[in-house]
Design a protein around this ligand. Sequence first.
Ligand SMILES: [Zn+2]
Ligand SMILES: [Zn+2]
Length: 259
Amino acid sequence: MAGLRFATLGSGSRGNATVVRCGRTTVLMDCGFAVNETLRRLAVLGLTGEDLCAIVVTHEHGDHMGGVARLARRFKLPVWLTAGTYRGAGTPKLPEVRLFNPHEAFVIGDLAIQPYPVPHDAREPCQFVFSDGDQRLGVLSDAGHVTPHMRRCLDGLDALILEFNHDPGLLAAGPYPPELQARVGGQLGHLNNHQAVELLAGVDRQALQHLIAGHISEKNNSPHHVRQALADRLPAEAAELTLAPQDQGLDWHEMVRHR
Ligand SMILES: [Zn+2]
Ligand SMILES: [Zn+2]
C-alpha cells in the first residue's frame, strides 16, 4: 500500500483546491483558481496538470468550481460531481462527467472516496473522506451547521481539513451587510470557530495526525481567533493546528502508517 498524502493549493473565499495522492493516483478536490494560478501552485508541490487523474467537486460555488471546467478541458480530466452540482453550475462543457450519489462511495485509482452531504446553500453540496484502505483524510469546507451524519463520517480520522470560517463577534462587527452576515452565519452558510471546535470535541481524535483549519475568512476571522477558540476547549489539538492560507498552498502532509 502506497500511503496517503495531501496538500492544499489555497483555502478561503477567493479560491479552494486540495490535492490528495495515493500511489500513482493524484486527485484534485475543487478548483477555485484560474488555470495558470492552479498550475503555478501545483508546481510548488512538484506537480503538473498531467499528474492529475481527476477532479472531484464539493459544490458549484465559484471559490470551489470556478476553475474546474477550464482545467478539466486543458488536461482532459474526468470531473466527479453530484447531479445537483452539475446542474447548479449550469451543466458546463466537461471532457468527462462522472455523476455520483453523495451517499455512495466511489473509487478513483488507488483512492476510495466517501462523499457525504452537508447543509450549505448550493444545489447538492457534499464533502469527502479519502482513504487508501488504511488511513482516512476527511475534508469539511462549507457547511452551515453540523449534522449527526457529518459527525459519524468524520469520526476516527487520521487527518482532517476543517472549516473555521468566522468568529461570530467579528462577523457581527465586520463589513458584511446584514443579509450577507445572515447567510454566512446561517444554517446553510459556514461553520464558525466554535462550531468547528464542537465538531472536533464530539469525534474520536485518537488517530488524528494532521489537523488543518481551512476556509478562514479574511474579513470575519483571524488566526488568533481560530487558535484561541480551539485552545479554550481542546488545548492539545490547538498545539498541533495548522492554518491553511489563501494566497499560497500548504506543503505535502504525509501519514504515519498504522501497520
Ligand atoms: Zn467556499
Ligand atoms: Zn460554498
